[in-house]
Design a protein around this ligand. Structure first.
Ligand code: FMN
Length: 357
């Protein structure tokens, strides 16, 4: 199959056969998924943004047991959350009646459950030492020394951008590939500043703007579920694509039964951008939590990931009683097109469809 020059350049850069990246998905993608995707000739990813250094190191080893091909390790580069005890107390009070439904009290206090990669020296050292082919940044960028340090070892750097401004900042900082994430994308929006202005650009206009303005490969991310979608993105000038929602129902996914059932239900037709679950805007299958979020004031939600501590506690309380409708069921607008297949077979199907045009 012949690919445009920009795709060829991208595939050569990261040494893959197909211009397809399986999105890193904290809590959902797994080392098995990454290995299966990489073995099929695309780029598999693991997400270690929510993992400890030990778990990240194990996950990297785990991928290497499954494949000798290139893969991507993804980290979260969010700004340090602001602690506001009064706001946190009020948020817990707001959630109190929901916990009460499950005969549980809301937690007494909240914690910053993940450390940003930007302040995690140990994580930086482990990833640099492990030298995956690709490292990708979400929610922002680390400092110049770390960017230089990772590049020095030959690692190729990707960063999510939701706007031309973020994309230019990433390229100026030395990032090699931009993941252009449209508003329709599933999971957390990669905005650098969740409180800043957001033009909410869709994948296609964002990709076209970035392809015109940048000299580095641009990957289209958001709403792409099949070979036709991939072909359309390549037509617009994208060097490749990054798909998340398409992989949620694969055999290797960590998505639990409630998530899978929701994905194949009517909820998939009504995805909602909400910050009530984690403290940052993220697109989720419509459920009780997203509905609750619609009744909350935006400025009442504590910063990411402090709010996520409450979100996870509420989901656990609900799940303990068999209620599966409070999960962080992240998914994009293409959710109704999801397929339940082994990840390698999904990549093969995507290629077949792309070939068929
Ligand atoms: C379940 C889920 C979890 C995600 N987690 C991450 C993550 O940990 N890191 C990241 O960079 N992007 C994450 N994303 C966003 C993806 O990288 C990508 O932008 C998005 O999936 C593309 O849109 P699509 O879901 O419509 O394919 C996640 C997406 C989903 C669906």
């Amino acid at each position: 199959m012949t690919f445009p020059k920009t795709s060829r350049r991208f595939m050569d850069l990261i040494d893959v056969d197909w211009p397809i990246v399986q999105a890193p998905m904290a809590g959902t993608s797994t080392p098995e998924m990454a290995a299966a995707v990489s073995n099929a000739g695309a780029l598999g990813s693991i997400a270690v943004g929510a993992a400890t250094v030990e778990a990240a190191s194990k996950a990297i080893q785990h991928v290497r047991l499954g494949t000798s091909r290139p893969f991507n390790v993804n980290v979260f580069c969010h700004a340090k959350p602001r602690r506001d005890r009064d706001k946190e107390r009020k948020w817990l009070k707001f959630l109190g009646p929901e916990f009460a439904v499950f005969n549980t009290a809301a937690p007494a206090s909240l914690a910053e459950i993940y450390t940003s990669f930007c302040e995690d020296d140990a994580m930086y050292a482990v990833i640099r030492e492990a030298r995956p082919k690709v490292v990708s940044f979400h929610f922002g960028l680390p400092g110049p020394q770390w960017i230089a340090g990772l590049k020095e070892t030959g690692i190729v750097l990707f960063a999510t951008a939701t706007s031309p401004k973020e994309a230019h900042a990433a390229v100026d900082a030395g990032v090699d590939v931009i993941v252009a994430q449209g508003y329709e994308a599933g999971g957390h929006r990669g905005v650098f500043d969740p409180d800043g202005p957001d033009d909410r650009l869709s994948t296609f206009p964002l990709v076209q703007l970035l392809c015109r303005e940048l000299d580095v490969p641009v990957l289209a991310a958001g709403g792409i579920m099949d070979g036709k979608g991939i072909g359309a993105a390549l037509q617009l000038g994208a060097a490749g694509v990054q798909l998340g929602t398409a992989f949620i129902a694969t055999d290797e996914s960590a998505a639990d039964e409630g998530y899978r059932v929701a994905l194949f239900s009517d909820a998939a037709r009504h995805t909602v951008m909400t910050r009530a679950i984690s403290g940052r805007p993220a697109r989720c299958l419509s459920n009780t939590f997203t509905r609750l979020g619609q009744s909350a004031r935006l400025d009442a939600v504590p910063d990411y990931p402090i709010a996520y501590d409450a979100g996870k506690a509420l989901n656990s309380a609900a799940k303990a009683t068999g209620n599966l409708s409070y999960g962080a069921h992240w998914a994009g607008q293409g959710a109704p097109l999801a397929r339940a297949l082994p990840a390698g077979q999904l990549v093969e199907a995507l290629i077949e469809e792309l070939r068929a045009g």
